[in-house]
Design a protein around this ligand. Structure first.
Ligand code: NI
Length: 262
């Protein structure tokens, strides 16, 4: 098989790669999308950005487009968020049944962006009874260090007591957990179509984009299928009137099993 035809699937994912993910709390998987898919989804993300800015849920951030649940507003992005290869890889890495939590279209425009400082994802979520949630962060353009790829702190998914960190303050995580200042840092540049998966408690950050091209990434976040609702405020669940202590379920949160094509 030539390199360009290689694709990471549940058939090619090795036991040692799964083991690396579970130990470190993150892993780099090359080519989870085909070159044709990358081109299709990148064109849709670029074409849809302005339109989705008006329709999709979003975090207020003047220098960074962070749109939430774009799969509900755009047929093309729906195909990516519900992509069976990415979803099945997530479930194989986690080793438990998962469902979609939400997606995020993450576009950092050239030169005007800022870093997204070290944080864990899980403290922001209204989740209980979740043993394992994880994010697939898919590069739709080449993302070298200078364009805003991610940096991870290995083996931080065991840090279960931390409260949400300030994404704009590069010291915040280290004030809350001083020994992490001495952790090794692993920075992973991605080619278009590559993906990193990271555990919801793995500390990570993303650089600013200091290149001349936009950094276009799509994050798909999966949660333990048994996750229940805590009532903590969150942009996705606030309008839904879910009941505290009940499963987070319904059409916004399809199971990975329902995304399988085979
Ligand atoms: Ni994050």
């Amino acid at each position: 098989m030539t390199k360009s035809a290689y694709r990471t699937t549940t058939e090619t994912l090795s036991a040692s790669t799964i083991e690396t993910y579970r130990q470190q709390g993150f892993v780099h998987l090359p080519s989870v999308l085909t070159a044709a898919e990358v081109e299709e989804f990148r064109a849709q993300a670029q074409e849809g950005e302005q339109r989705l800015k008006e329709k999709a849920l979003r975090y207020r951030n003047p220098v960074f487009t962070q749109l939430v649940n774009v799969w509900r507003e755009d047929e093309g992005m729906r195909k990516l968020t519900l992509h069976s290869n990415v979803a099945e890889l997530a479930e194989q890495l986690a080793g438990i049944p998962l469902r979609l939590w939400h997606d995020q279209m993450l576009i950092k425009q050239p030169h005007i962006s800022t870093p997204t400082e070290f944080h864990q994802d899980q403290p922001y979520w209204p989740h209980a009874n979740s043993t394992h949630s994880l994010t697939a962060w898919i590069a739709l353009v080449d993302v070298p260090v200078e364009r805003g790829c991610m940096t991870f702190l290995p083996e931080t998914s065991t840090q279960i007591e931390l409260v949400a960190q300030d994404l704009t303050d590069k010291e915040d995580l280290f004030r809350k957990c001083p020994e992490l200042r001495w952790s090794p840092r692993v920075t992973i540049p991605l080619r278009a179509g590559d993906c990193t998966f990271h555990h919801a408690r793995t500390a990570h950050m993303a650089n600013a984009n200091v290149t001349d091209l936009p950094r276009i990434a799509h994050a798909i976040i999966y949660m333990d299928a048994t996750t229940t609702y805590t009532k903590q405020p969150h942009i996705v669940t606030d309008p839904l009137q879910l009941e505290e202590g009940k499963l987070i379920t319904g059409e916004l949160f399809p199971t990975v099993a329902s995304m399988r094509t085979r």
